[in-house]
Each structure stands twice: as structure tokens, then as C-alpha cells.
Write a protein that binds this ligand. Structure first.
Ligand code: GDP
Ligand code: MG
Length: 219
């Protein structure tokens, strides 16, 4: 029996090494992995979140590889995403400079009304910070995005855990959806509680190298 009525499809993008897979791992498994295991193609996770009015929403999260080689694969995922977590590392200026390229990528290949949330990662590394909060807020404003700083490792010095980024994005998509329900928003599925959703073997690895983490249903 499904408890959620809505499914939002979201995607993590940003340069390789900024901490996208770590955000997904913290959120879905509440774990942190100090090594950088390169994501091959796209990985998948899902979780049910209750938004402010207690509506349960299932978030499907597609974690993409930031490298050029995989751009053509990841592009096909923007197309159907209701929301995007656009990540840069606050200790890596190049990853911040590349935000412009990523916004254009998402705007060009994604649906026009998808929500992008700018995420500054590794907020625990305050002594290594090279991008200020003010700078990031300015860029976010330029593109009409909100901005959040998070850590997947630890929430020291008042910084937020990466889970907050997923929660904020879900709330933003939901608010947008509620205000404009007539607009058939790409990446949002209404779940029929009477329908049986089949499951896929979570250990399955497709030959085209797509890895599935928590596959639960075909939506
Ligand atoms: P991805 O390529 O964007 O998926 O990046 P990963 O999630 O694989 O992370 C790259 C490296 O940064 C890994 O060594 C992680 O342990 C590290 N990392 C990720 N998030 C954080 C964080 O919040 N704080 C710190 N200190 N390290 C992080
Ligand atoms: Mg990764």
C-alpha cells in the first residue's frame, strides 16, 4: 500500500568531486564515505518526505556523473526532472565558475518550469572555503534560484546536513505545483493508490552500466 500520492523526479548535477553521491548516500542511508568512488553514468535513490502541510511525497533522485564523457547520458535525465540540485564545492572555485555552464545545460535540455536549487557543498570545511556565501547568493539571484549550504559529513558550526537540500527542493517543487496544478508539470506523477506497482531487483546491473540503488517501482 503506497502512502504517498505524489512522486517528484529530481536530479543531482555539478562537477565531478563536489559531493553529489555523498549527498545521496547521507540522505538515503545516513552514511558518509570519505573516498571518491566515481559515479558511472547515473545512480538512483528514493525516499518519502512529508512537506509542510504533511503531504507525503516520494522523491526519486538521479545522481549523475559530472564528467564530460557522461554528458549525453545525463542530459536525457534533465528532460524529465521536476527539480535539480545544482551543486558546487565551497572549497573549489572552478566548480563554482562552472555553475553558469550547468545552468545553461539544465535550461537547454530540461523542462522550462523545473526548479533549480543551488547547493554549496562541504560546508564543514570552513578553513578551506574559497567561495563566500555572498558570492553564491549573488549568482543564485541572477538565475532566480535559491541557495543552501550543506555538509554530508557533519553539521558543525550551524551548517546544515545535505538532507536539508532535498527537503527544501521538495518543498519548492510542491509550492510551485500547488500554485499551478493545471500546468502539466514534467517530472511530477500522481500515484493511483489502487494500482499495483511492480518492483525491480535492486541488485540488478544493466549492461549499459546504469546502477540501481533502491529501485522500488516503475515510476
Ligand atoms: P561526486 O563526484 O560529486 O559524486 O562527489 P563524491 O560524493 O564522490 O565526493 C567527492 C569527495 O568529497 C569524496 O572524497 C567525499 O568523501 C568528499 N565529500 C563529499 N561531501 C563532503 C562533505 O560534505 N564534507 C567533506 N569534508 N567532504 C565531502
Ligand atoms: Mg558521484
Amino acid at each position: 500500500m503506497t502512502t504517498h500520492k505524489l512522486v517528484f523526479k529530481t536530479i543531482l548535477v555539478g562537477d565531478s568531486g563536489v559531493g553529489k553521491s555523498s549527498m545521496l548516500l547521507r540522505f538515503t542511508d545516513n552514511k558518509f564515505n570519505p573516498s571518491h568512488d566515481l559515479t558511472i553514468g547515473v545512480e538512483f535513490g528514493s525516499i518519502v518526505i512529508n512537506v509542510e502541510d504533511k503531504t507525503p511525497i516520494k522523491l526519486t533522485i538521479w545522481d549523475t556523473a559530472g564528467q564530460e564523457t557522461f554528458k549525453s547520458i545525463t542530459r536525457s535525465y534533465y528532460r524529465s526532472a521536476a527539480g535539480v540540485l545544482l551543486c558546487f564545492d565551497i572549497t573549489n572555485r572552478k566548480s563554482f565558475a562552472n555553475i553558469h555552464t550547468w545552468v545553461h545545460e539544465v535550461r537547454e535540455y530540461g523542462p522550462t518550469n523545473s526548479i533549480i536549487l543551488l547547493v554549496g557543498t562541504k560546508a564543514d570545511l570552513i578553513n578551506h572555503r574559497v567561495v563566500s556565501t555572498e558570492e553564491a547568493l549573488k549568482v543564485a539571484e541572477e538565475y532566480g534560484m535559491n541557495y543552501i549550504e550543506v555538509s554530508s559529513k557533519t553539521n558543525v558550526y550551524g551548517s546544515k546536513f545535505s538532507n536539508e537540500a532535498f527537503i527544501q527542493l521538495t518543498q519548492e517543487i510542491y509550492n510551485n505545483f500547488k500554485n499551478d496544478m493545471k500546468n502539466n508539470q514534467v517530472g511530477i506523477t500522481l500515484v493511483d493508490p489502487n494500482r499495483h506497482y511492480g518492483s525491480i531487483d535492486p541488485t540488478r546491473t544493466d549492461p549499459d552500466k546504469l546502477k540501481y540503488k533502491n529501485i522500488c517501482c516503475g515510476i
